[in-house]
Ligand binder design. Structure first.
Ligand code: 4NP
Length: 153
């Protein structure tokens, strides 16, 4: 059982989508029993809220439901999860700051670390932009989800 948490800023756009797409990918491959998945955010501003309506609408257009409820990352998440996949540099440094040991820091990896198109780059925050930003994020997250599932399975 591999325990993975996806982390962004608000936990209403990027990381809930990554969690949903990863879940969908392992369901397709019959591998749900191999993973525990979750997502969270670093700022806690949207605690208890559903994912952003634009994120959900765009995902539904691709047949993907995004069911998660926003929550802020805790110190326990660092201990509990085997892999913490972060959506951008700011989130990466905030999560690293919560780590107490070098071993914990090794678990914190940029979600696009292995993206052949742009290794180690950020998943852009679609929050302030238009609809095309949400579709762009969907495509980036989908491609990188498949890369991660291929690596981990
Ligand atoms: P996310 O997008 O980090 O992908 O969930 C954001 C959503 C809300 C805010 C920032 C980023 N916000 O500051 O309210």
């Amino acid at each position: 059982m591999q325990k993975i948490v996806f982390v962004c800023l608000g936990n209403i756009c990027r990381s809930p989508l990554a969690e949903a797409l990863f879940q969908n990918e392992i369901e397709k491959r019959g591998m749900t029993h191999l993973f525990e998945l979750d997502s969270c955010g670093t700022n806690g501003l949207h605690n208890g809220e559903r994912a952003d309506a634009r994120t959900r609408k765009n995902a539904i257009a691709h047949g993907i439901e995004v069911p998660s409820i926003s929550r802020k990352i805790t110190a326990n998440d660092i201990q509990h999860f085997d892999l913490l996949l972060t959506m951008d540099d700011e989130v990466q440094s905030k999560v690293l700051n919560l780590c107490k040991t070098e071993e914990e820091k090794q678990k914190v990896v940029l979600f696009r670390e292995f993206d052949p198109k742009s290794p180690g780059s950020e998943v852009p925050d679609p929050w302030y932009g238009g609809d095309e930003g949400f579709e762009n994020v969907f495509q980036i997250v989908k491609e990188n989800t498949e890369i991660w599932v291929n690596r981990l399975c």
